[in-house]
Design a protein around this ligand. Structure first.
Ligand code: CO8
Length: 257
């Protein structure tokens, strides 16, 4: 249900594709298990620097698998916490992850995209949290990340109505950074991944950690974290190399340490 393809100009971009076409990439237990395993494999393989996560042109993911969830009782989802174990692996990946979203990204599909660092959307992308219309609520971060990434009014409207929004509307409210023609989307996401992958992987991870902290803490705590991370770059060879290369007017050669 998951394919992993090595791509990018330097072959250091991992293109991870959700591939369950018969159910519009609905997020079933097996798909999420495979996604988690693939993410961890890429995370621990130093030949990959950046991840692009995508689905098909019709669907990024149409949400958690409703047919699978329909059978569950409270005890299944509360006590047997292994049912949804691994569902947030994506959020804990240290390498940058770009979501390339075409088609339906509903419920858990939108929430998966919101766990990524950057969202690029195809013109046919549709985002939404329809859980309220099937008697539940977003459970993979939707009620928490929409208000942080957009604003309270939009988050409430999206989560309380279950309405869908287009790629262009998602860009207008700040959910996605760029919109592309559907068929160009993945190539554009890989171009972006290449631009990120040209930098030191060590420093890139540090940037990701620092920006991510802005969504976890107060401004003062975040500024403290940023200061310490900034200082820590002075203990790295890549910081020395980057500044030397600038002075010597040459391209930096990153060692990743
Ligand atoms: N779950 C299971 N199967 C699905 C899902 C889904 N979410 N979405 C689509 N499918 C299946 C359909 O049942 C259908 O299968 P079949 O041919 O066997 O009947 C096939 O995919 C194609 O779907 P449609 O025929 O419905 O295609 P349409 O183009 O007519 O419609 C839609 C596409 C609008 C996307 C429609 O399929 C739809 O509304 N899907 C459900 C969307 C939804 O409500 N998603 C939210 C699910 S709840 C959720 O995500 C909670 C996440 C919290 C997780 C917490 C973890 C800790």
């Amino acid at each position: 249900m998951i394919t992993l393809t090595r791509t990018g100009a330097a072959e250091n971009v991992a293109l991870i594709t959700l591939n369950r076409p018969t159910a519009l990439n609905a997020l079933c237990r097996q798909l999420m298990q495979e996604l988690s395993e693939t993410l961890l494999k890429v995370e621990h393989d130093s030949t990959y620097n950046v991840i692009v996560l995508t689905g098909s042109e019709k669907a990024f993911a149409a949400g958690a698998d409703i047919k699978e969830m329909a059978k569950l009782e409270f005890a299944d989802v509360f006590q047997k916490d292994d049912f949804f174990a691994n569902w947030d692996t994506l959020y804990h990946i240290a390498k940058p992850v770009i979501a390339a979203v075409n088609g339906f990204a509903l419920g858990g599909g939108t929430e998966l995209a919101l766990m990524c660092d950057i969202i690029y959307a195809g013109e046919n992308a549709v985002f939404g949290q329809p859980e309220v219309s099937i008697g539940t609520i977003p459970g993979l971060g939707g009620t928490q990340r929409w208000p942080r990434f957009t604003n309270k009014s939009i988050a409430m409207e999206i989560c309380l109505t279950g309405d869908r929004i287009s790629a262009h509307d998602a860009k207008e409210v700040g959910l996605v950074s760029k919109v592309f023609p559907t068929q160009q989307l993945v190539a554009e996401a890989v171009i972006l991944a290449d631009r990120i992958a040209k930098n030191s992987p060590l420093i890139v991870k540090t940037v990701k950690k620092s920006v991510g902290t802005a969504y976890e803490t107060s401004l003062n705590q975040g500024l403290e974290v940023e200061k310490h991370l900034f200082q820590s770059t002075f203990a790295t060879n890549d910081r020395r190399e980057g500044m030397s290369a600038f002075s010597e007017k040459r391209a930096a050669k990153w060692s990743g340490n």
